[in-house]
Each structure stands twice: as C-alpha cells, then as structure tokens.
Design a protein around this ligand. Sequence first.
Ligand code: ADP
Ligand SMILES: N[C@@H](CCOP(=O)(O)O)C(=O)O
Length: 322
Amino acid sequence: MTAAQSSASTVPLGRRVRVRVPATSANLGPGFDTLGLALNVHDELEVVATESGVRISVTGVGEPGTEHSVPTDETNLVARALLHVFDRVGVVPPGIEITATNSIPHGRGMGSSGAAIVEGVLAAKGLLEGVVDVSDSDVLRYATELEGHPDNVAPAIFGGLTIAWVDETGPRHKQLAVHRGVSLLVAVPEATMSTSLARSLQPTEVPHADAVFNLSRSALLVAALTQSPELLFDATEDRLHQTYRASAMPETSALIGDLRAAGHAAVVSGAGPSVLVLASDPAARLDAVEVVERRADAWHARLLAVDIRGGTVEAVPNDAAA
Ligand SMILES: Nc1ncnc2c1ncn2[C@@H]1O[C@H](COP(=O)(O)OP(=O)(O)O)[C@@H](O)[C@H]1O
Ligand SMILES: N[C@@H](CCOP(=O)(O)O)C(=O)O
C-alpha cells in the first residue's frame, strides 16, 4: 500500500508495540559522520495507540526530577520521531502512550539522541503494521532526517559495525561483523557535551593533506576492525574533528593522550566527552582500564560488547502488556 492510498487509514486503538534500541559509538576516530558501532547498552519502551494526546512516562536515564530529565509531552524526542513518521507517510496519528526505560547516558557521545529517534521511528513502524509498509531503508531515511547525520542511527537500527553514507537517493549503509578479537572499553565522565555544540566547533573546510590522512586511516580502520585488530592503533588516528573539539573537553583529550601514550587505540566516542578504546585483546583492555583509573578526574570505565542485533520492534498482544 502506498502512503497516498493510506491517508484514510488509521492505527487500531489499543495496538501495542515493544521497542529496544542499542547505544552507539560514532566516528571511531577517522570515520567522521560515517562509521559507527552498536553497543550492548539499551533503551526499551512500550508504545500504545490511544484515543488522543501524548502521554509519556520515563524511568532510568532522563526520568523526571533528575538532572537531565527529558520532556514528557509531544516535544520529547521519541514522540517527535514517531509523529515525524506518521507525517511522512500521510497517516493521521492516534494518541500515544509511551512507557520508556532508559539506560543510554545522555550527552556523553553514546548515541542517546540517535537511539531516541530510532525508538520513535521503530515504534511508528510497528504501530503502522498492516496500514503502511515502513521498510528498513525508510527507517534509516526518517531517522537520518531528524538526526542530521547517519553514523549513529545506522548501527542503532542494524547493529554491528556500520559504514553509512548519503547519496542522491538518501542515506545508505553497509553492515559488517567486528573481528572477535576486538574488545571495547568506554570511559564515561560525569560531564556532558551537546552534539550540536561540538558540531559548531568544526571548520567548514579542511586542508587537503588532512582529508587524505583521514581517508587512509578510515579505510585501514575497516580492515582493522574486521580482519586485523593489530592495526587498530594506526587506524584510529584522526585530523577531521577531534583536535577542533579538544578545547571544549580537555579531560577527554588528556585521557586519550594517556591511553595512546600507553599504546591503546583510544578515540573520542561520538562527539564526546566519553572515550572509546578499541582493544585488540581482553588483556589490553584491562590495561586500558588501569590507565583510566589512574586519572584524578572521575571516569566510569564500562567494559562493553558489540550489539549485533540492532533495534527491534515487536507487537505485544494486549493480554501480555507489562
Ligand atoms: N531516550 C530519550 N528520550 C528523550 N530524549 C532523549 C533521549 N535520549 C536522548 N534524548 C535527547 O537527546 C539529548 C542528547 O543528545 P546529544 O547532545 O546528541 O547527545 P548524545 O551524544 O547522547 O546523543 C538529550 O539531552 C535529550 O534531549
Ligand atoms: N558524527 C557525529 C556523531 C555524534 O555522536 P553522539 O553520540 O555524540 O551524538 C559527530 O561527531 O558530531
């Protein structure tokens, strides 16, 4: 059924879907706005089609009364993404009740905004089942329209390691499996950094030599992550974004300096301020944890794995509602 044909269709009241979406680490050093990894930290939600209005309850990260609480009305990013899909496919949205349980830290460079957007888009896809077909490439397109860059939303949707790019047809992706020898460490600080602020620190043009430098490293990084983890240190050098943003997160730069001096492939996770270490074996990862713990400033070292499943949405029978 096409979007035009569906304008009179509606979602059955009481339809309920369950959504689960992973955190992501984007850029991975040289792959600015291109490379991303899905991580085994997840937000989960249930969404029900109701008669009218938008009602949201949040538990965990972003819950009311906490420092970084998120809105619980239609300005909430998950709700905005859900309503964006209904608008794009030309179906009048029902009322919406969202019950969210969030674990992805906000404003730390672990893809919380991309995950929230994918959550809303996948919830819309599930609610629209049988009304309008929303394909995987539609999910990537609608999510990228809101996020502005595809490198977080692609792994959040598809899992694993993704290469994302944009052509005249819209955002595209290639998913790859990460070599089993690669171990992940994410060092998360208390401080937050807004991605839009970090993006405002980027120049609009870069020296040709720096572009060539990043081309070589990002090509090498795909090989290192999929076949040759011993190349991860060389493959994670970057000249396109990290230095321009360093003054806004000096503790991040200092930690990356310590880790790289000790031989670890450390990079800014997303737009920061978290630090991602791509260790080539579990022992190297534990050594990196010690480097993180030696710093006087407070970091939470999280030993994570690659999420290979990506975002999921499933129908919930009404007699199985939580
Ligand atoms: N689960 C969520 N529900 C609602 N809004 C969210 C959620 N996760 C993130 N956000 C919004 O995204 C903002 C963080 O986005 P951003 O600055 O891009 O950082 P991040 O690196 O975590 O993606 C939060 O302050 C909040 O407004
Ligand atoms: N390529 C983006 C990635 C932002 O990731 P986030 O997890 O910080 O939202 C950028 O570097 O701006």
